[in-house]
Design a protein around this ligand. Structure first.
Ligand SMILES: Nc1ncnc2c1ncn2[C@@H]1O[C@H](COP(=O)(O)OP(=O)(O)OP(=O)(O)O)[C@@H](O)[C@H]1O
Ligand SMILES: [Mg+2]
Length: 561
C-alpha cells in the first residue's frame, strides 16, 4: 500500500520527503521493554534524511508479525557539534504502544490493537506512520465510537472516545483555569448524546455555566426549580444543615437522632393509603424498620412538638439550652428563603419518585442531561446538596438493579473531595468515593473536573481510568497527573505546560491510544458561559443609573429573604 504521508502534519522538510517517501527515517539500535532507541539516518552530507520528527509523532517499525506502532518520547543529539555543517548523531526515543496486524474480523483488512506481541530486532527500519496507518489506529475500535476532536499530528484524523470504556471506569478533565475544561466536557457529553439519546447524566454546575451547552437536551434545575426535601437527607447531612460543624452540639445531635425516626413513624401512621412507597413492604409482610436515615417524609411540626414535650419534662433550666437552640435553628432554616428548596412547601408529601425521576431523568423524556445549577445554593450547604445527589445516584443504580446507568459530572471536584483531610464534608467525600470505588459495579460513573488536580484526594484520581489533561502550568499538578496515569506514554505529558486552549493529552482506557488532541469547537452559542467576568466589556459601559443599583439590591435581598 502506498505511503501517503501528510507532509504538513509531520514538521518535515517537504521537498526532501517527497523524494524519500517509503524510506526509513532511521533504525533501531536498542530495545528494552517497551522502549526503543532509534538513530536517525543521515545522507551523504551527514544531515538527517527526513529532518527531525517531533515529540509525540507516531512511528512504525516493521516486524515479522506486522507493524509495531510507537510514539516519539524523546529527541536528542548526544554529542552536539560546534559547527552547523558537521555530522551529528541524532537519537529518537520511542515508546512502543501497539501493533497493526491483519484484522481477525474482516479478511484482508488491517486493525490496530494495544500491546506489542513481537518486538522489533536491532537494525529494524523505522518510518513515520502514514495517514492511512493513523486512520487505522484512531478508527480501529469500532464499538460505537464517539468523535470529540482531531488528533494533533493530523487535523484530518478524528479523535474518538470509546463510551463504555470511558464512562464505566470514570474519567477526569483537568487543566489550568480558562484552558477549556467546561467546553471539553460539553463536547464529550454532546458527542455521547448523538449516539445515546437515553443517557442519564447529571452535571453539578456550581457556576451556572452549562445550560447553553445542551439547550433542548437538558433539564435545567435552577434556584427556582430545585427541590430536595429535607427528609431525603440522611442524618449526617441534616445535622450539617441544622447544626453545622460545631463539635459542641452533642446533645442536639442525640435529640435529633431520637426524634426523627419517631416523626417518620408518625407520618407513616398518618399517611394511610396515600403512600405507596411505604405501603409496599408492609403488604409483602416483611415489615419496615424505620431508621433515622430511611428516606421517607416526616413533618417539621412533629419535631417541634416533640422538642416542646421534651422541654416540658425537664426541670433544670440549664438543661433546656440545647433543646431551645435546636428548636430555634429548625425554625430559622425553615423560614430562610435560601433554604426554600429543602424546607419549602406547606404540606409534606411523598414526592421522592418525582424528585429522583427529575434529577436522574427517569423517564428520559427527551432530555438525557440534568444541569443542576447550584449557584443559588447557600455556600455552607453546597456540600450537603452534592452529597445527597451522589448518594441518591448510587442508591438509585443499586435498587434499580443497574438498569439506569448514571454519569455524574463533578465540576470543581477539589472542593468536594479535597486532598486535605481537614477540609470538605465527610458525607460528600464518602458519597463520591463510594461511586469512584464501587460505582463501576452498579453503573454509576464520575467525570471529575478540576483546575487543581494536586488538591483532589489522590484515591479519587487513581480510580479514573481516562484522563484528559489540558494545559497545566503548576508543577505539583503536572506531577499528580503523571502519577495517576499508569500508561506507557507518560512522556506525552511533557507537553502539559505548553499546550494551547482546547487541546488535551488524552490517556487511558477510554481512548484508542494515548494522544494529543484538539477538541472540536462547539457550535456558536453552545459554549458554556465562561465563569470569568470580562473587565474590558464591563468597563466600556456606565451602569451608574439609580435603577440599576436598585435592581441589584432587590435581587440581593430576595435571595437572602
Ligand atoms: N472546544 C471549544 N469550543 C469553543 N470554545 C472553546 C473551546 N475550548 C475552549 N474554548 C474557549 O475557551 C474559553 C474558556 O473555556 P472554559 O470555560 O471551558 O474553560 P475552563 O477550563 O472550564 O475554565 P474555568 O477553570 O474557569 O472553569 C471559552 O469561553 C471558549 O471561548
Ligand atoms: Mg469551567
Amino acid at each position: 500500500m502506498a505511503d501517503t504521508v501528510k507532509l504538513d502534519s509531520l514538521n518535515i522538510n517537504k521537498p526532501r520527503l517527497a523524494a524519500t517517501v517509503g524510506f526509513p527515517i532511521g533504525r533501531i539500535v536498542s530495545v528494552s521493554g517497551s522502549q526503543a532507541v532509534v538513530v536517525l539516518e543521515s545522507d551523504e552530507d551527514g544531515k538527517a534524511t527526513l529532518g527531525t520528527p517531533s515529540m509525540g509523532s507516531l512511528i512504525r517499525i516493521i516486524t515479522r508479525e506486522g507493524v509495531v506502532i510507537g510514539i516519539i518520547s524523546g529527541l536528542s543529539i548526544p554529542v552536539p557539534s560546534s559547527r552547523a555543517d558537521e555530522e551529528e548523531l541524532k537519537i529518537l526515543e520511542i515508546e512502543m504502544v501497539g501493533e497493526i496486524t491483519a484484522s481477525k474480523d474482516a479478511p484482508g483488512a488491517r486493525a490496530f490493537r494495544r500491546g506489542v506481541s513481537v518486538f522489533p530486532t536491532l537494525g529494524s527500519e523505522v518510518h513515520l506512520a502514514s495517514s492511512e496507518e493513523l486512520a487505522i489506529i484512531f478508527n480501529s475500535d469500532a464499538r460505537g465510537m464517539v468523535r470529540i476532536g482531531s488528533i494533533h499530528q493530523d487535523a484530518d484524523i478524528p479523535a474518538h472516545i470509546v463510551p463504555d470504556d470511558l464512562l464505566a471506569k470514570h474519567f477526569a478533565v483537568v487543566g489550568t483555569t480558562g484552558t477549556g475544561k467546561s467546553c471539553a466536557v460539553s463536547v464529550i457529553l454532546r458527542g455521547m448524546l448523538q449516539e445515546h439519546k437515553n443517557a442519564h447524566i447529571v452535571v453539578l454546575d456550581p457556576h451556572n455555566e452549562y445550560a447553553p451547552a445542551f439547550q433542548d437536551c437538558a433539564e435545567v434545575i435552577g434556584p427556582d426549580s430545585l427541590q430536595l426535601p429535607y427528609w431525603l437527607l440522611n442524618f449526617d447531612e441534616l445535622a450539617e444543615v441544622l447544626l453545622g460543624r460545631d463539635s459542641g452540639r452533642r446533645v442536639e445531635m442525640e435529640v435529633l437522632r431520637e426524634i426523627i425516626p419517631i416523626a417518620k413513624q408518625n407520618y407513616r401512621a398518618g399517611a394511610g393509603e396515600t403512600s405507596a412507597l411505604v405501603r409496599k413492604p408492609q403488604a409483602n409482610g416483611t415489615g419496615n424498620t424505620i431508621t433515622v436515615d430511611t428516606p421517607i417524609p416526616y413533618r417539621i411540626s412533629d419535631l417541634i412538638q416533640m422538642l416542646d414535650t421534651m422541654m416540658g419534662k425537664l426541670d433544670k433550666p440549664e438543661s433546656l439550652v440545647p433543646y431551645k437552640r435546636l428548636k430555634a435553628r429548625i425554625e430559622a432554616v425553615t423560614v430562610d428563603g435560601r433554604y426554600g428548596f429543602m424546607f419549602g412547601g406547606l404540606t409534606v408529601r411523598d414526592i421522592m419518585s418525582d424528585v429522583i425521576g427529575r434529577i436522574f431523568r427517569v423517564p428520559v423524556d427527551g432530555r438525557p442531561i440534568t444541569v443542576m445549577d447550584l449557584s443559588g445554593v447557600p455556600a455552607e450547604i453546597l456540600n450537603v446538596v452534592v452529597s445527597v445527589v451522589c448518594r441518591l445516584a448510587f442508591d438509585l443504580a443499586l435498587w434499580s438493579d443497574r438498569q439506569v446507568p448514571i454519569t455524574i459530572v463533578c465540576e470543581e471536584a477539589h472542593r468536594y473531595v479535597p486532598r486535605d483531610k481537614a477540609l470538605g464534608f465527610e458525607p460528600t467525600k464518602r458519597a463520591i468515593s463510594k461511586i469512584a470505588k464501587e460505582g463501576r459495579k452498579y453503573g454509576v460513573s464520575l467525570c471529575v473536573v478540576s483546575q487543581r488536580p494536586a488538591e483532589i484526594d489522590p484515591t479519587i484520581l487513581s480510580q479514573t481510568s481516562t484522563v484528559f489533561a489540558m494545559r497545566l502550568t503548576n508543577q505539583n499538578d503536572q506531577e499528580i497527573v503523571q502519577a495517576a496515569v499508569s500508561d506507557a506514554a507518560v512522556s506525552l505529558l511533557e507537553f502539559l505546560p505548553s499546550m494551547g486552549n482546547g487541546e488535551a493529552i488524552a490517556i487511558g482506557e477510554g481512548v484508542t491510544l494515548p494522544m494529543r488532541i484538539r477538541f472540536d469547537r462547539l457550535p456558536e452559542g453552545f459554549a458554556p458561559r465562561s465563569s470569568g467576568a470580562s473587565f474590558s466589556t464591563g468597563w466600556r459601559e456606565d451602569h451608574g443609573s439609580a435603577d440599576f443599583i436598585d435592581s441589584v439590591i432587590e435581587r440581593w435581598r430576595a435571595a437572602r429573604a
